[in-house]
Write a protein that binds this ligand. Structure first.
Ligand code: ADP
Ligand code: MG
Length: 161
């Protein structure tokens, strides 16, 4: 887990730009934070770092997904804010295809927790002051439970009965 504090939108932009290093096809970034937290501001930095046109980045409030061509990849920018059924919409979008083709960044990701990729970078943004924001960054890896083919040998009689 890493924590970063920014003092203005420019610093948030630069944080996003730094985060872009090391991202590529298959990366998913889940953004969590209130309206005005700086999710879109961070996405601008990500876009810049990936070599996409920053001018194209706006809150995709009325389109579920915006696609920005970048240097070696594509940035898919999603916003679940107005989705009535965010989870269902996200499932229909074809996450696997997007991940195969580029980096996926999702605003209001907490609205569709169960439909997010099992492996992702989660960034929680807190508004700590008028111009200050705290970014808490975590690498999430939720493994699917693999069922054993053979039942585990159990010598505990109480559990066997
Ligand atoms: P969100 O997408 O989370 O709703 P935006 O990125 O669209 O938020 O907007 C963030 C707002 O907060 C902008 O108006 C921006 O100027 C302001 N702001 C103030 N301080 C910061 C900061 N440190 N980082 C990012 N945005 C900030
Ligand atoms: Mg936004």
């Amino acid at each position: 887990m890493q924590v970063f504090d920014t003092k203005n939108p420019r610093e948030t932009f630069l944080l996003g730009r730094n985060l872009a290093v090391g991202l590529g096809a298959g990366s998913c970034i889940a953004l969590v934070g209130d309206l005005g937290a700086g999710k879109t501001a961070l996405v601008r930095g990500l876009a810049d770092g990936l070599g996409a046109d920053v001018q194209m980045v706006s809150s995709p409030t009325y389109v579920l997904v915006q696609e920005y061509p970048a240097r070696d990849t594509t940035l898919f920018h999603l916003d679940l804010y107005r989705m009535v059924d965010a989870q269902g919409e996200l499932e229909e979008l074809g996450m696997e295809e997007m991940l195969a083709g580029g980096v996926v960044v999702i605003e209001w990701a907490d609205r569709a927790c169960d439909a997010l990729p099992l492996e992702r970078i989660e960034i929680v943004i807190e508004i700590t002051g008028e111009n200050t924001r705290r970014f808490t960054i975590k690498q999430i890896r939720n493994f699917v439970t693999v069922h054993r083919k053979e039942p585990r040998k159990n010598t505990n009689k109480h559990e066997l009965s």
